[in-house]
Write a protein that binds this ligand. Structure first.
Ligand code: SF4
Ligand code: MSK
Length: 619
């Protein structure tokens, strides 16, 4: 694998292309004020930076206020990204129709959500129900009164914590606006108050926007089921038209997947000398379409440039989030067409084709045809496709996990549909607990290394892992989503994997699907008869980088689950903020961060944390 990366770096040199490795060099060392979170530019009297000589900004804001405000703004931005993604999907649901581009694939989930919302279902056309559900969902963003509907899904104890601590989220947009208002010049300067708003804003994401995004995506495109696929750069094909979809919004990628299967287009590709069309995914889009169609995954976040450096990609088309602007200049070094599709992510040098629900399928077909026409422009002398790829089994939303884990113990066959068998395995010590490993890559650490080391050690210690986002793709590339990876596990976990025929790491989806993990933890806690904060389940983000990740980490902490981080949040310049994120939130939600850059030390703290939860439960 490292030899492949070195060869791709050579490719970059030979076409005079710059990559993230080059840019990291010239950006290092990073600005210390930024790293520590103590630079404020929230008004034009600044920027103000905190130093030993200058302990306050011009307005008098100290390091704690400045770091706290910056941190809250990061959470607000992350919440807005996930939630706006959900809003787009709700608009697609609102336009769905029996003969349109977007149809309902999971009617049962739609009916269940309609009932949860109090929408009448009896005797109504499914699309009438869908449109009303979409309207109620859209009200979650701007309703004037009340709190998020989905918080009623949490354990009763958790709902009480949120109520008593006054962090129940109101409308999603309201929480984001409040966060921005509080951090405007001349407003909140108390770090703890900023942290509390951060928790509330993040719950509006995890138990609001993200949860809505996942629900509605399942309704429109089907709740994922277990499928076999492959991952890593070796999924690109030398003799085929390679099309890569990258980003997060399934409304876009689902249409491109369908278009790539149209027989006339496959025949057209063959008429142009290709053996067919090879559509693959990148980043979280890869997770979405792998779980619903078995589409192969080319790689994760820091591989996005490598994909183009293979010289074998006819088109990379993107929607929103985690897309390097660098892709447009890099594409120009090859024949690759770089297509942007969303007004949210406009990138100079790209070919911009705005994707619209009413014309989506025709637009997707046009894109595939454009990619086919570009096949003849590929320069064989510039092609290097690494052979590396791994088989993987993906597609374990809560519904599939319940179904599979029900086979763990024979004594509970009468309890199909509950998490009891998994709980029994944990109580018996066959499984010690579970860790949700999520998040991105970050050049601050060796890409994928921390993820892999942590995953390996947890498996050896009989800890079940659920994974989403780019972390799930590390597991794919390392072969850990293959059922045969059970040989890397401790005896207990191996037995569970064998009994129920699952890989030791369960792929739950994209980063927006971390809301599925909150429902998984909640389901386990409810069946156990305790609160989420008591169960031996934690979150871990070894290589996180995005604002979304900060919002996610906060809603996981708000749900009562500790979060183990391999990258420090940018608040180090404030002792108060460091104390608040690691200890202070424990007094509010019962959970907090544990931070350690060394993956081996971090995994030790995770195992200690799991054992402490077990001991507190008397198991
Ligand atoms: Fe400086 Fe205060 Fe303005 Fe921030 S809000 S830039 S600390 S004067
Ligand atoms: S794509 S947010 S790098 S997980 Fe969701 Fe990956 Fe992180 Fe983006």
């Amino acid at each position: 694998m490292e030899a492949d990366t070195a060869k791709l770096r050579e490719q970059a040199c030979s076409v005079c292309a710059e990559t993230w490795e080059d840019r990291v060099k010239v950006q290092t060392p990073h600005c210390k004020f930024g790293e520590d979170g103590i630079c404020c530019k929230n008004c034009s009297m600044g920027p103000c930076r905190i130093t030993p000589k200058a302990q306050r900004g011009i307005c008098g804001a100290d390091a704690h206020a400045i770091a706290g405000r910056n941190y809250l703004r990061t959470i607000a931005a992350g919440t807005s990204a996930h939630s706006d993604h959900a809003r787009e999907i709700l608009h697609v649901l609102h336009r769905s129709s029996a003969d349109g581009n977007y149809r309902i694939r999971d009617e049962a989930k739609l009916i269940a959500l309609a009932k949860e919302y109090g929408v009448t279902t009896e005797g109504r056309d499914i699309y009438d129900i869908a449109h009303e559900v979409a309207e109620v969902g859209l009200q979650e963003f701007g309703k004037s009164f009340g709190t998020q509907n989905f918080i009623k899904r949490a354990t009763p104890e958790r709902q009480k914590v949120w109520h008593d601590q006054d962090i129940e989220p109101r409308a999603i947009d309201r929480e984001i606006a409040t966060a921005l208002h509080m951090t405007h010049m001349g407003n909140t300067a108390d770090a703890e108050v900023l942290i509390r708003q951060g928790l509330r804003t993040s719950i509006a994401n995890g138990w609001g926007g993200s949860m809505l995004g996942t629900e509605v995506t399942d309704i429109l495109f089907g709740t994922p089921t277990v499928r076999n696929t492959e991952g890593n750069l070796g999924v690109l094909e030398k003799d085929m038209v390679n099309v890569v979809v990258h980003g997060h919004d399934p409304a876009f990628s689902e249409m491109v997947v369908t278009a790539a299967e149209v027989k006339e287009l496959v025949d057209y590709a063959k008429s142009k000398g290709a053996k067919g069309i090879n559509l693959v995914g990148l980043c979280c889009t890869a997770n979405e379409i792998a779980m619903r169609h078995g589409v192969r995954m080319a790689g994760n976040f820091l591989q996005q440039e490598n994909v183009i450096l293979t010289g074998a990609v006819e088109m990379m088309c993107v929607d929103v989030q985690c897309i390097f602007p660098a892709l447009s200049a890099l594409s120009e070094c090859f024949h690759t067409k770089f297509v942007t599709s969303s007004p949210i992510a406009r990138i100079p040098g790209s070919l911009y084709i705005e994707f619209k629900p009413e014309t989506a399928f025709d637009q997707a077909k046009d894109l595939i045809k454009m990619a086919i026409d570009n096949f003849q422009n590929r320069d064989p002398n510039k092609v290097f496709i690494p052979a590396t790829k791994q088989t993987a089994t993906v597609g374990y939303p809560c519904e599939q996990i319940i179904k599979h884990l029900d086979g763990v113990t024979n004594s509970h066959v009468d309890e199909l549909g509950s998490y009891r068998p998994a709980i029994d395995a944990i109580k018996a010590g066959v499984l010690r607990g579970a860790v949700a490993i999520v998040g991105c890559n970050n050049p601050r650490v060796r890409p994928d290394y921390s993820h892999f080391e942590i995953m390996k050690e947890l498996l050896q210690n009989d800890v079940l892992i659920v994974a989403t986002g780019c972390a799930a793709q590390v597991a794919t590339k390392a072969g850990l989503l293959d059922r045969e990876a059970k040989y890397l596990c401790g005896a207990g976990l191996r037995r569970v994997c064998e009994l129920v025929n699952i890989p030791p790491i369960l792929h739950m989806g994209a980063c927006v699907d971390i809301s599925r993990m909150m429902l998984l933890a909640t389901g386990i806690a409810k069946d156990w008869g305790v609160d989420t904060t008591q169960i031996p389940v934690v979150g871990c983000a070894p290589e996180w980088m995005s604002e979304k990740a900060v919002s996610i980490a906060n809603y996981v902490v708000s749900t009562g689950l500790d979060v183990y981080l391999g990258i420090e949040p940018q608040v180090k310049g404030s002792t108060q903020m460091m104390e608040l994120i690691t200890q202070g939130t424990r007094k509010i939600t019962g959970a907090g961060y544990i931070i350690n850059k060394d993956p081996h030390e971090l995994v030790k703290t995770i195992l200690d944390g799991i054992e402490a939860k077990r001991a507190a439960l008397g198991i």
